[in-house]
Design a protein around this ligand. Structure first.
Ligand SMILES: [Zn+2]
Ligand SMILES: [Zn+2]
Length: 246
């Protein structure tokens, strides 16, 4: 190998690691996933909730998932890429807690391909914000890295500082409708200097995981109050459509 090729090899390595199992793969593999891991992920099925985009079982008899039928949402339409399972969890844990921020760019590519299936265009992409302290500990906001990559590929501006998370919220699991609403009350705000950016605009909110949709609702509510015209939400992974035990 000549010195120039060696230099190029360093700049553009021909092999990279699979973001799920870590095995060495050819860099041309889509999303930096090996073939085995591509098969293991729970990609979007045929049937999804007509409102939030959550994956529904083929024999499920409603068009809307349990959450959408029970609570409704502060956003207009939702999309997701995979159902949250063991392998999806592994990728997200590596990404967030082992600080492998490059995984976020690969997830952004997955989000981009997902949106190619929809005939939608947006004025602005907005990542779900993290609380300042939490972000300082982690070093990055996982939703913002994914959103930035998606925005770059869609050619749409990304407004990372537009929404602010004013306080931490409790996990939504096990909370009733009223408690969920209370948990999000005042949790998000629009930075005053950014208000002019959203009036009359169609926004795409981005997060890594979608479970009940409450976080997206918290964001959607303040964005609509400040004049956003339409809000769609996009996540990498969504939880299963399960009615909680009463
Ligand atoms: Zn793999
Ligand atoms: Zn739904």
């Amino acid at each position: 190998m000549g010195i120039i090729e060696k230099g190029l090899e360093l700049l553009y390595p021909s092999n990279i690691y699979c973001i799920s199992c870590g095995s060495i793969i050819d860099k041309t593999r889509p999303y930096a996933l090996c073939d085995e891991c591509v098969d293991k992920l729970h990609w979007l099925g045929q049937k999804t909730c007509a409102k939030c985009g959550k994956i529904l079982q083929e024999d499920y008899r409603h068009d809307l998932c349990w959450d959408c039928r029970t609570y409704g949402h502060a956003f207009d339409r939702g999309y997701t890429c995979v159902q949250y399972g063991l392998y999806e969890r592994g990728i997200l844990l590596d990404y967030k807690y082992r600080k492998k921020s490059y995984i976020g760019r690969k997830l952004g590519d997955i989000l981009y391909d997902r949106m190619l299936l929809e005939e939608e265009s947006f004025d602005l992409i907005v990542p779900v914000p993290m609380h300042g302290k939490k972000q300082a500990r982690r070093g990055f906001n996982q939703a913002a890295v994914m959103a930035a990559r998606l925005a770059q590929r869609m050619g749409v501006p990304c407004a990372a500082g537009l929404l602010i998370r004013c306080r931490q919220t409790l996990p939504m699991k096990g909370l009733g409708a009223f408690e969920r609403q209370q948990n999000l009350e005042g949790a998000f705000a629009v930075a005053p200097e950014n208000r002019y950016k959203i009036a009359g605009r169609k926004l795409l909110l981005v997060d890594d995981i979608y479970t009940t949709g409450s976080t997206m609702d918290g964001c959607g509510k303040v964005l609509k109050e400040k004049g956003a015209k339409e809000i769609h939400v996009l996540s990498f992974a969504c939880g299963a459509n399960i009615a909680p035990k009463q």
